[in-house]
Every structure is written in structure tokens, then in C-alpha cells.
Design a protein around this ligand. Structure first.
Ligand SMILES: Cc1cc2nc3c(=O)[nH]c(=O)nc-3n(C[C@H](O)[C@H](O)[C@H](O)COP(=O)(O)O)c2cc1C
Ligand code: SF4
Length: 492
């Protein structure tokens, strides 16, 4: 049995009463009798690693946030439900199926790090999930479960960078999703008092480029935020209720537990399913996506657009952080986009470069400029209008794109596009010498839904401009210079 059900229940849980009947709520009960340090110790001992992409130790992160507490201002817990990675739909599936365990995990996290507020950060366009989480919060609050911790839903924009944790906090604070210089454990969500708000004080004036740190005598009011992915939080209640040893009964030594994986692309069906960490990639694709389409073979797999491409010859690789790193790739948020032998890999590279080039915020000049040039050159090669000089220019831009980059997005271009060029060099050459038919860049975009076994991509991305507008004529500006003077709709 490849599929398991630790985090993703086989059928939706429709009420708090049903959640409690099925054993939910034990984590909070046990945590209430523990000191914060003991809760953190349990999470550390479990070996849980963040499921949002970076795979950082959850217990260590909690420890750091707890240590960086402000002497006067409570910390905040933010559940990252932005889910913007192309090919990923697991967080929305978890929230649709059982929002209670995610909120229970976040309340336990707040108890552990000394937070008085939990914000579940979703996107305004995630209407189903926003309604489901709000209804769950109402039930939990009415049942007195939240123990004085305030629970809120924040509805953010569709931009990819909104999911980057410091950009998420920037957005919650009323700004735009621009990654910050200060990490989240040093600068969380700046909460205005009623008096400050009445006096017209604007917390947003502390911009993403400013360095503000907790534990600084000059800024005692700067409190950190704990940001964890939806799936990470969903694992917490049972770690506390059943203990770290139980959690470690599945998975690998370095990465215990399960993963909720999304499989899309050239498979019989698209879907989301939970597997033990360490399950071979081919088995995951078979169990969740039904394997390749009839008569076809898998040429390559991408785990989102953050990591190097996985060639089809390595499908026996264990799906784990260390397994995928061992073949020069990465796990990301376990969203596997499958490409069979009919797919043009130059079109894939061109689609990824466009997605990342458009979504770059432009705070770091090389990331935006090189990203857009890469997208243009790759589209040219894809349409079989390019030459060897264009290929050389693409390689050069892939080197400079990460210069002075503040967040990981620029490196993603290097990883994803660079690896496709290296692994499938013959396909690029065939476009240049005209032996392959011209093609259009593949649409690479966030998933809007997976309905009836078919993934629905955000088609609007085809028309998105580099300034993040959908205007017919591109302004020529980048988001970092065109947006700050414009009030954001989510600003309160
Ligand atoms: C460009 C970019 C986009 C990201 N998008 C998401 C996202 O949509 N959801 C998410 O949970 N993490 C996303 N991340 C990762 C977060 O920055 C962060 O690592 C994560 O929320 C931490 O939670 P975890 O420790 O539980 O994984 C993104 C990172 C980058 C660089
Ligand atoms: S690296 Fe790119 S996306 Fe990240 S902050 Fe800089 S310009 Fe923005």
C-alpha cells in the first residue's frame, strides 16, 4: 500500500465534533499541561522538517523564534497557506479535508513560542479554503479551544512571492509581497495599537529593505513571527499526542513521517496523495497519478520550479530530502510535474523562465532583468528562431541572475532552467539547427484546482505583465518601483 493517511484523511471531516470523535484535540489537551520548552523538545525529537519547500527543522525554528521573543510584544504564528508553487495542490487539499488539525497545530505552536495571534494566510482567490477555515475557527473559538489565542484568516494576493515567508509578513502588514532583508525570526508582523493607527502612524513605512531586529535594545517592540507551512502544522497535533517515537515509525532517519504529494503533467490522472517519506518517485507517480499515459514513457520530472530537473532514468530515487538531493535535485513542496516523451523540454525551460521572470519583484536588479531576458531568449529558441549566440547569452545570464539576490527565486532560475539546458542539450541544439518543429513556451503557472483528476492551471498567467498587472501594454516598470505608491487592496 503506497498511500497512507496520517495527515490527509480519506474523506473530509465536516465538523469539530467529528474531528474530536476521530481522536482530534488530544494534542492541545496534552500541550496545555506542558511547559513551552517541553513542547519544542517534542517537536525537535520528532525530526519534523518544514513541508513548505526548504525542509528546515521545525523544532529548531520554534526554538529560535522562542529565543528571539520581544520583552514587550507577543510573537505571531503565521500558517503559510499561500500555495503558489506550480504543480502543488496539497495544502488546499489538506485544508479542504481537515482544517481542524492545521489550526490545532498552529495553536500548539503559539503556546510553544509565546504568541497571542495565529494568522492563517491564504489567498483571496482560495474561496473554498477561506470559507472552510473561517467556519472551523468559529467552531473552535465557540468551543473555547483557542485558549485566548486570537485566530484570524488573511486573504492575500495571487502573486508567487506572497508565499515567500518574509514577503508574506510584509503583505499581512499592508505592503506588497516583496521579500525582506530581515528574516521572520527577527522581524514578524508589526501590530499597530489603536492609538498609533488613530494617529495615522503607518507601520508599512518600515519597508522590506529596512533591517529591524528583535532582541535589539533600540527596538524592544519588534517581535518575531513563526511561519510554518499548512502541512507542517497538520503534523503537529499527532506528534504531541502520540510522541516523537510514533512519528518516526515511518519515513527515513533524516526525514521521518509522510509527505502529501501532488502529481500533475503527463500522467493518466492528476491528484494529491500521502506517502511515507522514502517511497520511490516512480511509485509515487504510479499511486497518485496512475503512471504514464498509455504507450508513453516518462522523460523528466520537476518538483515545482525550484529544483533541478529529475531525469526519467532516476525514478527509483527515494522521495526524501536526502534522496532527491543525492541525485542533484530537491524535494521542494512535493509537487511533481511529469513530462513524457512527447514534451519539448525547451518549451518547459522557456515556460519556467517566463513564470519566474514575471513573478520576480525587481528589488534586486539582476533577478528581474536577467530573468526577463532569459524568458525572451528561451522563447526565441523554442520558436526555432534562436542561434548559438542566444544559447551562449542564456548561459551567461544564468550565471549573473543571482548577483545580490535577496531571496531564493533567482537561484530557482539557475536550478530549473540551467539543469534542463544541461540534461537536454540535444533538444536545444535541435531547435537551433532547425531539426525540431518550432514550439510555444509551455504554460507554467499556479494550480487553480484539481477537478475530476485534471489539474486546472491559472490561464491568466499567459497575460500577466512583468509589473504584475494584466494591462494590454506593459508599463516597462518592475513591481518594486511601480507598486509602493499604490494602496494594496488587502491593506486595512
Ligand atoms: C519564491 C518562494 C515562494 C514560496 N512559496 C511558498 C508557498 O506558497 N507556501 C509555503 O508554505 N512556502 C513557500 N515558500 C517557502 C517559505 O518561504 C518558507 O520556507 C516556509 O513557509 C516555511 O515553512 P516550513 O518551515 O513549515 O516549510 C516559498 C519560498 C520562496 C523563495
Ligand atoms: S531575488 Fe528576485 S524575487 Fe527575490 S527579492 Fe530579489 S528581485 Fe525579488
Amino acid at each position: 500500500m503506497t498511500l497512507v493517511h496520517r495527515v490527509l484523511h480519506p474523506s473530509p471531516i465536516t465538523s469539530l465534533a467529528e474531528y474530536l470523535e476521530r481522536g482530534g484535540g488530544r494534542g492541545i489537551e496534552i500541550a496545555a499541561d506542558l511547559k513551552p520548552q517541553r513542547i519544542i523538545a517534542l517537536v525537535r525529537a520528532s525530526g519534523l522538517r518544514g513541508r513548505g519547500g526548504a525542509g528546515y527543522s521545525t523544532g529548531r525554528k520554534w526554538q529560535t523564534v522562542a529565543r528571539n521573543r520581544s520583552p514587550v510584544e507577543p510573537s505571531t504564528v503565521v500558517v503559510n497557506g499561500a500555495e503558489g508553487e506550480p504543480g502543488t495542490f496539497k495544502d488546499r487539499t489538506i485544508l479542504r479535508t481537515n482544517p481542524y488539525q492545521v489550526i490545532e497545530g498552529a495553536i500548539i505552536a503559539a503556546m510553544a513560542v509565546g504568541a497571542d495571534l495565529v494568522i492563517v494566510a491564504l489567498k483571496r482567490s482560495f474561496e473554498v479554503e477561506c470559507a472552510r477555515v473561517r467556519a472551523a475557527i468559529a467552531e473552535i473559538t465557540a468551543a473555547g479551544w483557542s485558549r485566548g489565542i486570537q485566530l484570524e484568516v488573511f486573504e492575500g494576493p495571487d502573486e508567487y512571492l506572497y508565499g515567500e515567508e518574509s514577503a508574506l509578513l510584509e503583505t499581512i502588514q499592508g505592503g506588497y509581497p516583496f521579500p525582506r532583508v530581515s528574516p521572520t525570526f527577527r522581524r514578524g508582523v508589526f501590530k499597530l495599537t489603536v492609538e498609533e493607527a488613530d494617529a495615522g502612524y503607518d507601520g508599512v513605512r518600515i519597508g522590506s529593505a529596512d533591517v529591524h531586529t528583535t532582541t535589539s535594545a533600540a527596538a524592544p517592540h519588534v517581535a518575531p513571527a513563526l511561519v510554518n507551512n499548512v502541512e507542517t502544522m497538520a503534523n503537529i497535533p499527532r506528534i504531541v499526542a502520540r510522541g516523537p517515537a510514533w512519528f518516526r515509525t515511518v519515513g527515513t532517519k533524516r526525514a521521518p513521517g509522510t509527505l502529501v504529494c501532488t502529481v500533475t503533467g503527463s500522467t493518466r490522472v492528476h491528484g494529491v496523495g500521502e506517502v511515507r517519506i522514502g517511497t520511490p518517485l516512480g511509485e509515487v507517480i504510479e499511486a497518485v497519478g496512475g503512471g504514464p499515459r498509455p504507450g508513453r514513457w516518462i522523460k523528466a520530472v520537476m518538483s515545482g520550479v525550484a529544483n533541478p530537473v529529475i531525469p526519467g532514468s532516476l525514478l527509483d530515487t527515494p522521495v526524501s530530502y536526502e534522496g532527491l538531493a543525492g541525485i542533484g535535485s530537491g524535494l521542494g513542496s512535493s509537487g511533481f510535474i511529469v513530462f513524457d516523451d512527447t514534451v519539448d523540454m525547451v518549451a518547459v525551460a522557456a515556460g519556467i523562465a517566463r513564470f519566474l521572470g514575471i513573478e520576480s519583484c525587481g528589488q534586486c536588479v539582476p533577478c528581474k532583468q536577467d530573468g526577463l531576458v532569459l524568458a525572451d531568449l528561451l522563447a526565441k529558441v523554442c520558436r526555432s528562431e534562436g542561434n548559438d549566440h542566444d544559447l551562449a547569452m542564456i548561459r551567461r545570464r544564468l550565471v549573473t541572475i543571482t548577483d545580490r539576490s535577496r531571496c531564493y527565486l533567482a537561484t530557482q532560475q539557475q536550478n530549473a532552467v540551467g539543469s534542463i539546458m544541461e540534461r537536454f542539450a540535444e533538444e536545444f541544439a535541435a531547435h537551433v539547427d532547425g531539426s525540431t518543429a518550432p514550439a510555444e513556451p509551455l504554460l507554467v503557472a499556479e494550480l487553480v484546482d484539481i477537478a475530476g483528476g485534471v489539474a486546472v492551471l491559472d490561464e491568466r498567467h499567459r497575460h500577466k505583465c512583468p509589473d504584475w498587472s494584466y494591462d494590454v501594454v506593459y508599463s516597462g516598470k518592475v513591481p518594486a518601483e511601480s507598486l509602493p505608491g499604490t494602496p494594496a487592496p488587502w491593506r486595512t
